[in-house]
Design a protein around this ligand. Structure first.
Ligand SMILES: C[S@@+](CC[C@H](N)C(=O)[O-])C[C@H]1O[C@@H](n2cnc3c(N)ncnc32)[C@H](O)[C@@H]1O
Length: 349
């Protein structure tokens, strides 16, 4: 599979418009604060963007960030502006042609930003231990439309867990299916290269994450993907695909379910670009200054991570009240399906 994917992203695709699905169309509106940062990125890097979501979480100033499958570097160069001169962004990719574009524009971006805190490494995301990266040394790891392409997703998440600091976060966008992808689709080289064949059934992803130490994966955003080439649409049949962004915290204290301890938090409104509210995930849109009831896991995610100084914490774990409803678990399908049919008929790439 590695050879197939390297050929697809190294030689077959030349720019975003060559893709055969709407995976690359960030119809998630790019927030206003991010637009000027993207505008400073070199046009050639932009033209070879193959991501499927936004991987710029808040509070990155001074952070060490790793991008898995960084491609030609669009997200690395966006993140470099968010971590600033005191942080660092490392991109890892296995495809020489992608890395060549990313590396060729290091000077251009160093001049534009006024500092050089970016480097790209060639390697496999299943074998991060071969890259001389210190265990427990990254605040945040991101990835954009890459894990689906990996033939060993357990190894990827194991490596992520090893490299994150305690309280660190894996924040990534990828493609998921509404059911297990049949073998014929999995073995189709174009569907695999297009990030569909290797997509995980969403519930298998939940189990995989839990197996690798991320007890409570949080869905941030999702949108349906359309297979825009009729021939490929016939081959995928009734399968439905979604682009989804998840955040996974490395916190030993997280439980497998959201439990109610009668706790609450108050957001101080102090996170840059989020003065009025913080959309922590799809089910937690936390208004500034308001007492917001949370489960034990959300409390831990906020209290045990870089978010802590921006919240007041009410309660403790001394009394248990049963399961906490409201974190989105228990639904038969976490993604919004209403727009899926309409999206299947549209194209924007
Ligand atoms: C769909 S592109 C996304 C690139 C980039 N994240 C972006 O948003 O433009 C997938 C990228 O992941 C890289 N990739 C896929 N599987 C990989 C693996 N197992 N190890 C390292 N890189 C991989 C490919 O070389 C390619 O550059």
């Amino acid at each position: 599979m590695h050879d197939l994917v390297q050929d697809y992203y190294g030689r077959q695709l030349q720019h975003t418009g060559d893709l055969k699905t709407t995976a690359c169309c960030d119809i998630d509106q790019v927030p206003d604060w991010l637009k000027p940062l993207l505008a400073r990125i070199h046009p050639e890097v932009q033209s070879r963007y193959y991501g499927c979501g936004l991987v710029c979480p808040p509070l990155l100033a001074g952070c060490r960030v790793l991008d898995l499958g960084s491609g030609s570097g669009r997200d690395v160069y966006a993140l470099a502006q968010l971590v600033g001169a005191d942080g660092e962004v490392v991109g890892v990719d296995m495809t020489a042609e992608q890395l060549e574009v990313a590396n060729r524009h290091i000077d251009f971006h160093a001049e534009a930003f006024g500092y050089r805190k970016v480097r790209f490494l060639q390697g496999y995301i299943e074998r991060l231990d071969e890259l001389a990266l210190e265990p427990g040394s990254f605040d945040v790891i991101v990835s954009n439309c890459v894990i689906n392409l990996s033939p060993d997703k357990d190894a990827v998440l194991r490596g992520v867990h090893r490299l994150l600091k305690p309280g660190g976060e894996f924040y990534f966008s990828d493609v998921y299916a509404d059911r297990r992808v049949p073998e014929a689709v999995r073995n189709d080289p174009v569907l695999y290269g297009e990030c569909l064949g290797g997509a995980l059934y969403w519930n298998d992803f939940q189990r995989l994450a839990q197996r690798q130490g991320f007890a409570d994966p949080r869905l941030v955003a999702d949108r349906p993907l359309a297979v825009t080439e009729p021939e490929l649409a016939i081959r995928t049949g009734n399968l439905r695909f979604f682009s989804a962004t998840y955040r996974l915290f490395k916190l030993d204290a997280l439980e497998m379910a959201c439990e109610d301890y009668g706790q609450a938090v108050i957001y101080r409104g102090t996170i840059p670009n989020h003065p009025d509210r913080l959309a922590f995930d799809k089910y937690h849109d936390i208004e500034t200054g308001r007492v917001f009831p949370v489960c034990g896991n959300t409390w831990q995610m906020l209290q045990g991570s870089r978010f802590a100084p921006h919240f007041e914490f009410i309660g403790d774990f001394s009394r248990h009240y049963g399961l906490f409803a409201g974190c989105g678990s228990g639904s038969s399908m976490p993604f919004d399906t209403a727009a899926a049919a309409a999206a299947a008929a549209s194209s924007c790439c």
